[in-house]
Design a protein around this ligand. Structure first.
Ligand SMILES: NC(=O)c1ccc[n+]([C@@H]2O[C@H](COP(=O)([O-])OP(=O)(O)OC[C@H]3O[C@@H](n4cnc5c(N)ncnc54)[C@H](OP(=O)(O)O)[C@@H]3O)[C@@H](O)[C@H]2O)c1
Length: 237
């Protein structure tokens, strides 16, 4: 995206305390961006705090638990008047026993994961989207496991369902924005060795995140919603 030399691009990154979100923050900093990143309150020092110390004046740390509408309203208030080139919602989780089939999952785990992975990221997008420049980008961390078409092996059934629901909700959001110049992105980062991905993951963070950020930046200025992986390949819905 072309901006005047005085313009410093800024990303609002939701869920940047560790894992892929923290690595994305580091990658944006490498590219000269300013980062406003969120962590959950009460979590103490996080990797984002380390990053902020290492890059004085270039990282603002905000707090948000995406499942808490009161905290989202308060964040919206604190950020009012600011403008972002990119809003990216990375925060997400899995259910306690991802090996359970959908018939085995408890109602409580079902509700919790759907709220965290599907409803809450969309609430963030709906609430903060007007802070994004008209030609900016709104993205969410989805997963290849959110693809209905590519699900030929089952497993992690509730997690898959939560990301498929997220994709569907984002498509509805995008459909309402069909005539805007906004770029919208659902990102599949690959199976990455993080706390969530586990030690068996196919990719290191370094093998996923720089590519994912490059794909995101290449999508800036390309209006409409795409579901892309960390190498820029289209993922089937
Ligand atoms: N790793 C993979 O293989 C993989 C593959 C596909 C998609 N993804 C997606 O990538 C995203 C990041 O995953 P990761 O692998 O980096 O996992 P991770 O290391 O477990 O990190 C999860 C991040 O989400 C934040 N988070 C979780 N629930 C939250 C909530 N209610 N409010 C605010 N923040 C919350 C965590 O904050 P705290 O530090 O406060 O807990 C942390 O920053 C997730 O959406 C995940 O579904 C991961």
């Amino acid at each position: 995206m072309h901006r005047t030399s005085a313009h410093i691009s800024t990303v609002l990154l939701i869920g940047a305390s560790r894992g892929l979100g923290h690595a994305m923050a580091a990658e944006f900093l490498k590219k000269g961006w300013h980062v406003v990143g969120t962590v959950r309150a009460g979590g103490g020092r996080t990797l984002l705090h380390e990053l902020a110390d290492a890059h004085p004046g270039r990282v603002d740390i905000e707090t948000l638990d995406i499942t808490r509408p009161d905290q989202l309203r308060a964040l919206r208030q604190r950020l009012s008047g600011r403008t972002f080139d990119v809003l990216f919602v990375n925060a997400g989780t899995t259910n306690p026993d991802p090996t359970q089939t959908i018939g085995e999952v408890s109602t409580e785990d079902f509700v919790d994961l759907m709220i965290t992975n599907a409803l809450s990221p969309m609430r963030v997008v709906e609430s903060l989207s007007d802070l994004v420049r008209p030609d900016g980008l709104i993205g969410i961390m989805s997963s290849g496991q959110g693809s209905v078409a590519d699900n030929e092996s089952g497993q992690r059934e509730l997690y898959r369902g939560s990301k498929a629901a997220l994709n569907q909700f984002m498509r509805s959001f995008a459909a309402r924005q069909a005539h805007t110049s906004r770029a919208m992105l659902l990102m599949a980062p690959g199976w990455v060795r993080t706390d969530l991905g586990g030690p068996e993951g196919r990719l290191s963070i370094e093998e996923s995140v720089p590519g994912a950020v490059d794909v995101l930046l290449a999508k800036l200025g390309r209006p409409g919603l795409e579901y892309l992986d960390y190498r820029g390949r289209t993922v089937r819905w």
